[in-house]
Design a protein around this ligand. Sequence first.
Ligand SMILES: [Zn+2]
Ligand SMILES: [Zn+2]
Ligand SMILES: [Zn+2]
Length: 235
Amino acid sequence: MQNNLKYKEVDTGSGAQQTGFIIMIIEKITSLALRCSDCGKLETHQLNIFQLSGEKKLDLGCECGHNKVEVQRVSQEIIIKPYCLACGRYHQLVLPEEQLWNSGDVQALVCPRTRLNLGYYGPFAQLQQEIDQQQRELELLTDGLGFDDFADPKVMLTALDILHDFAAQGELNCECGSHEVNIELLSEQIVLTCKLCAGVLSIPASSPNDINRLENFDSLLLQYRSNTSPTNPRT
Ligand SMILES: [Zn+2]
Ligand SMILES: [Zn+2]
Ligand SMILES: [Zn+2]
């Protein structure tokens, strides 16, 4: 639709007034990146104001076929309903419309209860950059494992998000006193190891129950006393 408008503008050599009108419409565009609650893939969708005209509900689907999220524009507010794995239900997030179109930078959509990250919105190029970077970080943690090697990719990625939250709040530590923790993702669990001692903690991450359990901890502590490995220098 935008291409047609642009073409028309060039073709007819229309006046300044119409040019202004066209630019205004084109600016009402943003991108939304949400993780599929079924297969766990994080994909970016371009969004423009035409798709949200007349309060109609827009369903954004994942390439796996799952209907990922519903977006609706009602009286200058945008309603986004992503599924939250930690809460086991859909949240209704409401944004002022101008905030969506003019976010300036990448913004996170978060669970109102746990503050867990549910997705992002913002200008396409910046959003893509953010996602590419997350993807690279993820690859560093998986040591050759592919996305589909996880028992349940969405559980694994949500567990990783929760661990990042613990770390950001200073609640992911080793009993030696260090906060320097290595993270390794295996197919059914996340293994945390201390960079300074033999401290270790395994976090099961293969079912939604594991998410509920993890989410209910106040803090996580790596332990070296219970690490009975012969290579543990502390035993
Ligand atoms: Zn999917
Ligand atoms: Zn939630
Ligand atoms: Zn340690």
